[in-house]
Design a protein around this ligand. Sequence first.
Ligand code: GUN
Length: 282
Amino acid sequence: MSKILDGKAVSANLRAKVKTQVEELSAQGISVGLAVILVGENPASKIYVANKKKACEEAGIKSFEYTMDESTTEEELIALIKTLNAQENVNGILCQLPLPPHIDEQSVIAAISPEKDVDAFCVSNVGRIMIGDYDFLPCTPAGIIEILDYYGIEIEGKNCVVIGRSNIVGKPMAMLLLHRNGTVTVCHSKTKNLADITKNADILVSAVGKAGFVTADMVKKGAVVIDVGMNRTDGKLCGDVCFEEVAEIADYITPVPGGVGPMTISVLLKNTLTAAKRQNER
Ligand code: GUN
């Protein structure tokens, strides 16, 4: 039976560190603020945004919430972002994705000032990550690295397989594992003989978004299995991994909920703190 990688515990540890540093800045008269923009009615996004707001408050970070109608135009959204770019008490800006289909996500991301782009989604921040010279790391992949570090799981020299190639998780995850000298393979919907590849993984990260996608026959004995999936089956939150059967084989596994999810928000808080520090250095 595998050891559970407890994202809640790792998260609590990181959030406590962020909170202490926010208090230290506050003692110097520097406040830390995050603007969170939600457009439309996506139910999952509403929950994520509410969780982000609560986590900010607990860490002493001021959260500014902007809830915009589904019919908001791209121009209106970008106008709000430009106002927030210029606002000194806003150190970070996060626009929750996905956006309604009539809004071009890349144009919106490009409007966020790179030093306030706490998701690390804009082209210049992605480029800085590629070359290893960055202020912020993308929240979910960085949260996974934090979990591996917390449990002392070595990445160097390991076969790391990432399933999924999204800009938010798969691609940056591959880059961060590569920075740590992992040997990285990225699989996706067109990959042939997926199980042959995943069975070689010492560290397997699944970011597919399909419940029950990773089965025991796809996992090597002794592997570390990281489940990024956030799926609902019969209203119940579950990941991509068939937890019970894979837990019999893997050495370490993240649960859903309570694995990667809480880490995403913790890294967001860390990035917002970093943004505030950078903006007050000048
Ligand atoms: N939608 C799903 N995950 C994320 C995230 O990390 N940041 C933003 N902005 N939107 C998301």
